[in-house]
Write a protein of this length. Structure first.
Length: 408
């Protein structure tokens, strides 16, 4: 009886969900040209307004709203990539386009002249041995939420190196997945061009690239493009790649890294990929149902016979991306998968690397390149897969204290 009621309920809401997921992103009541008409959208060749004493840089293809004194970034897309500086979220007095002042939590932000932005980034990078931390956000993000996560990632790393946040026009809504997917693909060329330019700068010695969720589908093809056009035949300087809850077809990923991203020569030149996955990731469970094939960030078994064999052998029914097959094994490990199922946090389990203390600590170590010195990883049946799990003999750490590391 209960199952019948559930079925009826699902059938009733299905048309609503489908309609919401495929409803278009409306142009809006204001012409896009009006948003960018003010000169605030075209800053001159002078330093950007001081919004933070930290080296936080933003690159965005979101349409800006320059009508008010404080520029805002919308969820609509722009043909032009713009550059900015930003700071940690703070309580600010915001004046909207109608002149009303409200106090709200916002991200200090200022658009910058393109050349000035690159000059500022070069200066900050050269102070810090040529290292850059680059973050690409995923599905259901606004500029505020993604910039907040960027600042958190920068604090977690503890590296004090430039943080570059690439913000593409995600809609920030649960039921706008298809719109986000469309905008993500529309941004492929823009992000690819930016990453190529960044990697080719003489002052860029190492790029630590973190991509989350749908953003991984921007990152991987762009890395492939940079590799193909790199002056170094062995490896580009994008060496440390971290994929958190990646919304990518698992088999597609296996094929791509085998051919390009994790070739033996690149791995031997210190290219590595760390993937954070969870069997409790509800967002990727929906994506699996939507696309028909398992996602890289959720170890579902597509083959029922493989799942049955794992169960028979006493293993969890989890299937992971296979390690790249080389003609000759590289000297270093190229692919590492971290399973956070046992320490999942949040309603969706889709951002454990920023919410669970054990995952945050592991993530910070990976960013720093110190994951082999002091980690809580537990070996699994696969040499390249590790699990994070609570230690029953140790009190659970404070997730907020470990993960947030509030700004000074």
């Amino acid at each position: 009886m209960r199952q019948t009621r559930r079925l009826r309920f699902c059938l009733l809401i299905l048309p609503i969900l489908v309609t919401a997921c495929i409803s278009p992103v409306r142009y809006g009541a204001i012409p896009h040209g009006d948003y960018v008409a003010n000169d605030r959208c075209r800053p001159g060749a002078q330093p950007a307004d001081v919004v933070s004493d930290k080296p936080y840089f933003a690159v965005t293809s979101r349409l800006p709203d320059c009508r008010a004194e404080r520029v805002a970034l919308l969820n609509q897309r722009s043909d032009i990539v713009r550059y900015a500086r930003f700071g940690d979220p703070a309580e600010m007095q915001i004046t909207n386009a109608k002149g009303k002042v409200k106090t709200k939590n916002a991200v200090p932000f200022a658009l910058s002249n393109d050349q000035q932005w690159w000059d500022d980034l070069a200066a900050e990078t050269q102070k810090r041995d040529g290292r850059i931390l680059l973050y690409v956000h995923g599905f259901r993000e606004t500029f505020f939420t993604s910039a907040r996560d960027s600042a958190q990632i920068a604090r977690l790393s503890g590296l004090d190196i430039p943080m570059v946040h690439y913000s593409w026009p995600s809609q920030g809504e649960l039921l706008k997945y298809t719109a986000d997917e469309t905008n993500m693909y529309y941004n492929e060329r823009q992000f690819r061009s930016f990453l190529t330019k960044l990697a080719q700068q003489p002052w860029t010695k190492e790029i630590i690239l973190v991509a989350h969720s749908l953003g991984v589908r921007l990152a991987i093809p762009a890395i492939e493009f940079v590799d193909r056009n790199s002056s170094n035949a062995d490896s580009s300087n994008i060496s440390n790649i971290i994929l958190a809850s990646p919304d990518v077809d698992r088999q597609d990923f296996e094929r791509d890294i085998a051919e390009t991203v994790l070739t033996m020569r690149r791995v031997n030149n210190d290219r590595r990929i760390t993937v954070y996955v969870s069997a409790k990731d509800r967002a990727l469970g929906l994506s699996y149902n939507f696309h028909g094939y398992p996602r890289l960030g959720r170890p579902d078994c597509f083959n029922p016979f493989e799942a049955a064999l794992l169960k028979e052998q006493g293993h969890p029914e989890r299937c992971y991306a296979a390690k790249t097959q080389y003609d000759t094994e590289p000297e270093k490990s190229g692919l590492t998968i971290i399973d956070t199922t046992a320490i999942g946090r949040g309603q969706t389990g889709h951002s454990d690397y920023l919410r669970s203390a054990l995952a945050c600590a592991d993530f910070a170590a990976v960013v720093n390149g110190t994951e082999n010195k002091a980690n809580k990883r537990k070996a699994t049946r696969l040499l390249h897969v590790f699990a994070l799990a609570p230690d029953p003999d140790v009190p659970e750490p404070d997730d907020i204290a470990v993960c947030r590391r509030e700004p000074n």
